[in-house]
Design a protein around this ligand. Structure first.
Ligand SMILES: [Fe+2]
Length: 498
C-alpha cells in the first residue's frame, strides 16, 4: 500500500476521550490520506468499476456541553475500484461551520442534545436553528458531482466523486433555498433529476421540489402541515413523490417556550402525502402510528402505490437499554435498531379508494436498506439491509431480504466488527436485480483496522469475495452511495491515481 498523508486538521478532542460516541468504534480521524495499491484478500471482481463513497459524523472538537453522534463534522471516505485494483481517499467536507470552528479552535454551535441558546454564535443552520450544518448525514452523486447533506436541512456541499476535491456549494443558479434542503434528496435514474424536500418551524413547515440535470430548480411547492415536523426521508414512484407527516415531533407546548423536545405522539396516525412529481396537490393517507427513518423503495401497481420502509415499533425507544456508560443512557437509548424495533414494512396506498393496507415484510430487526438503483421506482424483489448491535447505533451484519419469498440471507461481520450502509454496485451489463456487488466499510475493534468488504449480492451469506485493507481504522459511519465509473467525468481521462 502506498499512502500519502495530505495533512491533519485541528482536533481539540482530549486523548483520553471517553464519550461513548467519540471513542471505541467511533474514535474520530483528523488525518487526510490518499492511498493506492491497497492490499486485497480474495479477488476484486474485474467488472467492479467505480467508487464507494461514505459520509461519516467525525467530530474534531468537544461539544459546548453535550455531544450527539449526529453533530460530527463530515468526513467522506472513498474506496475506488478500477482495473482490478483499489484506491482510497478521505477528506473533510470544508463546510462554513467546519472552517469557522477550525479558526476558532472550538465548537461554536449547539448540537442536537444541546439548548440552542448555548451556541456561541447567534447565527447557524438547521430546522431548529443555531446548529452547525455539518453536512455529515448523507451522500449522493447527482450530475457527476458528489453532494453531502445534513438531516436538519443545510447546504449541499459539492465534491469531485473521484478525487473528493472541494467544489463549493450548490447554488442552483441562484435558486438554492435559504432554509437549505434536507438529507436524502433522491437522484432519479434516467431523467437526471433530483427530488428534494426541506422543513422548518414556520408554515407551511414542509416544501418539495425538483431540480434537473443542469441543477436548475424546475419545480417547487409547499406541502402544508399542521405544525413543525421532523421528516428524515422521502420516496418516489414513476409519477409521484411521497412525503410524510410522522407523529414524532417537537412538543408544541415546549416549542412555544423555545424548547426543542422531540416527543412521540402515539395517539396520532402517521400521514403519507402523495404528490405528482411536478404537481402541487397533495393527497394524504392515514396509516398506523409510527416513525419511519428510511424508505427502501416505492412503485405504482394499478391504482395502488406500494411503499416500503422500516416501521418502528417503538419510535422513542422507551425502556430500551443503552450499551454504554449509563450516564448517557437517557440521551442515546433510542439510537439502536433494537430500541426502535425497526422492521421492513409495506404500505399500499389506493389512489382510487383512499384506503391504506399495511403488511409487515419481515420479523427481523433491520434498517438502512439499499436496493439495486436500477430498480428504484419499479417493482423489485431485494432489499439489502443492516442489522444493529444491541444498545448501539452500530451495524453488526448485513441481510439480503427476498421480498418475494420472505427468505433472508445474512452475514455477521464478527465480534467487535461494525459495518456501514452497504451500497449496491450493479455488475456492468447485468439484467438480474441481484447481479452485482454490495460494498461496505468496517471498523474492526478486535484487529484495530478497517476494511472495505465486497460481497456478491446474490450470495451475502457466503461472506465477502474480497476484503480491501484501508490505511487506518476509521470511525463508524452510516450513509453511503455507489457511483459507476462510466457515470463520472474524468474517470478514464484522469488515469493517474491518487
Ligand atoms: Fe438517513
Amino acid at each position: 500500500m502506498d499512502v500519502e498523508v495530505l495533512g491533519r486538521v485541528l482536533s481539540t478532542l482530549p486523548d483520553d476521550d471517553d464519550h461513548p460516541y467519540r471513542s471505541g468504534p467511533w474514535r474520530p480521524q483528523a488525518v487526510e490520506r490518499s492511498a493506492v495499491g491497497l492490499e486485497v484478500v480474495g479477488e476484486l471482481p474485474a467488472d467492479l468499476d467505480g467508487v464507494y463513497l461514505r459520509n461519516t459524523e467525525n467530530p474534531v472538537h468537544p461539544a459546548i456541553t453535550n455531544y450527539h453522534p449526529f453533530d460530527g463534522d463530515a468526513l467522506v471516505h472513498l474506496v475506488g475500484f478500477r482495473d482490478g485494483e483499489a484506491f482510497y481517499r478521505n477528506r473533510f467536507v470544508r463546510t462554513d461551520g467546519f472552517r469557522a470552528e477550525q479558526e476558532a479552535g472550538r465548537s461554536l454551535w449547539a448540537g442536537l442534545a444541546e439548548k440552542p441558546e448555548s451556541a456561541l454564535r447567534p447565527d447557524g443552520w438547521g430546522a431548529r436553528g443555531r446548529m452547525k450544518d455539518a453536512s455529515s448525514t448523507d451522500i449522493v452523486v447527482h450530475a457527476g458531482v458528489a453532494l453531502t447533506s445534513f438531516y436538519q436541512c443545510g447546504e449541499l456541499y459539492r465534491l469531485d466523486p473521484m478525487t473528493l476535491d472541494d467544489l463549493g456549494k450548490s447554488t442552483w443558479h441562484g435558486d438554492f433555498p435559504a432554509m437549505g434542503v434536507s438529507a436524502h434528496p433522491k437522484v432519479v435514474e434516467g431523467t437526471g433529476e433530483m427530488l428534494f424536500f426541506n422543513y422548518g418551524t414556520e408554515a407551511p413547515y414542509l416544501n418539495y421540489g425538483v431540480i434537473d440535470a443542469d441543477n436548475r430548480l424546475v419545480h417547487q411547492t409547499p406541502v402544508e402541515l399542521p405544525g413543525p415536523r421532523l421528516p428524515h426521508d422521502m420516496a418516489y414512484t414513476e409519477n409521484y413523490a411521497i412525503l410524510n407527516d410522522c407523529p414524532l415531533f417537537w412538543d408544541p407546548e415546549a416549542l412555544r417556550h423555545g424548547k426543542y423536545a422531540a416527543r412521540y405522539h402515539r395517539d396520532m396516525p402517521m400521514r403519507l402525502g402523495v404528490i405528482p412529481r411536478k404537481g402541487t396537490e397533495v393527497r394524504w393517507f392515514e396509516a398506523d402510528t409510527t416513525y419511519v427513518l428510511h424508505w427502501t423503495n416505492a412503485y405504482e401497481d394499478g391504482d395502488e402505490i406500494v411503499l416500503d420502509g422500516f416501521f418502528q415499533g417503538s419510535p422513542d425507544g422507551r425502556g430500551a437499554p443503552f450499551g454504554g456508560d449509563q450516564r448517557y443512557a437517557r440521551m442515546f437509548r433510542m439510537l439502536s435498531f433494537d430500541a426502535m424495533q425497526t422492521r421492513l414494512h409495506r404500505w399500499r396506498l389506493n389512489l382510487a379508494t383512499g384506503q391504506v393496507k399495511e403488511e409487515r415484510l419481515s420479523e427481523s430487526v433491520t434498517e438502512f436498506g439499499m436496493i439495486n438503483p436500477g430498480f428504484a421506482a419499479k417493482p423489485y424483489r431485494y432489499v439489502y439491509a443492516s442489522t444493529g448491535a444491541p444498545g448501539w447505533f452500530l451495524f453488526d451484519g448485513l441481510v439480503r431480504h427476498d421480498l418475494r419469498t420472505g427468505a433472508e440471507d445474512g452475514y455477521r461481520y464478527g465480534p467487535g466488527v461494525f459495518g456501514s450502509e452497504a451500497a449496491f454496485a450493479p455488475r456492468a451489463g447485468a439484467r438480474d436485480e441481484d447481479d452485482g456487488y454490495l460494498i461496505t466499510m468496517t471498523t474492526d475493534m478486535a484487529e484495530d483496522r478497517s476494511e472495505c468488504l465486497v460481497f456478491d449480492a446474490a450470495r451475502v451469506g457466503d461472506g465477502p469475495v474480497a476484503r480491501v485493507a484501508l490505511p487506518e481504522r476509521v470511525s463508524s459511519g452510516t450513509h453511503s452511495t455507489w457511483a459507476a465509473g462510466e457515470s463520472l467525468p474524468g474517470w478514464r481521462a484522469g488515469a493517474e491515481l491518487p
